[in-house]
Design a protein around this ligand. Structure first.
Ligand SMILES: [Zn+2]
Length: 417
């Protein structure tokens, strides 16, 4: 690499100003952002993003689900572009950084290369994926899931929000149903910068998380059927108390995840008593379980141990326990070559770092099933995100963008003059 390229740094002030400039599209009173996918604020930020990309000399095109691709030519146009980016939609009470940082840092990378007059060997393509958050339309990470073929475009176009508006209607409403068929813009690799959305980097005072895994997820719907009877006249040994059984299951989930730790977590997040009454022993309860790990064998053990524990508790307490699997997503093992490239760039820039697992889902997890993908994490304040209080420091965002720049340069190569 030429020394100009190897010493290159992004413009920290420009990146920071850009993040705060776009935060005005959906800014909330508490300083967060409300920018639901395909709504009016999403249209505003998309229009801004398109104009900024075009001003940077990029060719912008939009696919049939509204995902935006901004292409920067490389010397060798026969090569598949290196993709970089994230998403610009937010949660209903979201922050300024989730998704936004990765998309705008990608723009900053291109602006930096433009300023330095650097042409890459391989073309680059900035991507803004439609509906990463999933709060208006399900599923989350919709654009990237369709891109890799998990859903057909027609299937996604028919999905409706709570008001009955379909994805197709919402796309047409903001003028972002593009001509290009989903998946047509091929990418050779994808790199995404993102805030950690967890507390680890901050607690360890590390600047960069080199993301090597994404959590696998198992969701269950559970039901316990006991017998409703009088709270005063039913002796303790004769009871078939569904809530007492659930209490044991909740503690079993906690114990199992701890025993399989540190790379395992388990949560009973919902529990509903069918006909609650203060003087009736609960007879029927519906509940959910969420288990996660970055390791396939731990996932299997979580599943097996949960089922064994539930069956034992049900037998002993004479209640019926059913545990139905509703969703299982395998752990993501990010592409080794790309993860190494992120780590090398981080070390060469001299930033403190550690390998890390992503606890949240990301577009890159979907993409990694079809093309090599990797992620770069930077700390966020108190590990908080999906919250208006979400915050990150300018030096950390700058460091993350510099790692993105040099990872992309190492993958795309600098064209010799
Ligand atoms: Zn995100």
């Amino acid at each position: 690499m030429t020394s100009i390229a190897s010493n290159l740094q992004i413009d920290s002030t420009r990146l920071w100003d850009t993040i705060h400039e776009t935060a005005k599209f959906g800014l909330t009173a508490k300083g967060g952002v409300r920018r639901l996918t395909l709504g009016p604020e999403d249209k505003q930020v998309r229009d801004w993003f398109r104009a900024a990309c075009e001003a940077a000399g990029l060719q912008v095109h939009v696919d049939g689900l509204g995902s935006m691709f901004a292409l920067r030519k490389g010397r060798d146009m026969s090569k598949l572009p290196v993709g970089l980016g994230s998403h610009l939609d937010t949660q209903p009470t979201g922050g300024k950084f989730d998704g936004v940082l990765g998309t705008l840092a990608a723009l900053e990378v291109v602006r930096t290369l433009n300023d330095a007059g650097i042409e890459t060997e391989t073309p680059l393509c900035i991507v803004n994926w439609t509906n990463e958050e999933g709060s208006r339309f399900a599923p989350a990470m919709m654009g990237s899931a369709a891109y890799v073929g998990d859903f057909t475009t027609e299937n996604i176009l028919g999905r409706k929000d709570a008001e009955g508006v379909s994805v197709a209607e919402a796309l047409d409403g903001i003028g972002y149903r593009g001509q290009e068929s989903v998946g047509a813009q091929k990418l050779g690799a994808f790199i995404e910068l993102h805030i950690e959305q967890g507390p680890i980097l901050e607690a360890e005072a590390k600047t960069i998380g080199v993301v090597d895994h994404g959590q696998g997820i198992i969701w269950y719907d559970g039901r316990i059927t006991g017998f409703e009877s009088h709270a005063g006249s039913t002796p303790m040994p004769l009871r078939r108390d569904a809530l007492a059984a659930l209490s044991e299951i909740v503690l079993a989930v906690e114990r199992i995840a701890r025993e399989l730790g540190p790379n395992a977590v388990g949560t009973v997040g919902e529990a509903v008593i069918a006909k609650p009454s203060r003087n009736v022993i609960p007879g029927e309860i519906a509940f959910t379980v969420d288990c996660r790990s970055n390791d396939d064998t731990v996932m299997d053990a979580l599943d097996k141990n949960l089922r064994l524990a539930a069956a034992e508790i049900g037998r002993r307490r004479n209640v019926e326990v059913t545990i139905d699997l509703v969703w299982r997503k395998a752990p993501t093992h990010f592409d080794k070559t790309l993860v190494d490239a992120v780590e090398t760039a981080t070390r060469e820039l001299g930033y403190s770092n550690r390998r890390i697992t992503s606890g949240a889902g990301h577009d890159s997890c979907n993409l990694n099933t079809a093309i090599p993908a990797a992620m770069i994490f930077v700390p966020c304040k108190d590990g908080v995100s999906h919250n208006e209080l979400e915050d990150a420091t300018q030096p950390d965002c700058t460091a993350g963008a510099n790692v993105l720049l040099h990872t992309v340069l190492s993958l795309a190569g600098v064209a010799s003059k």
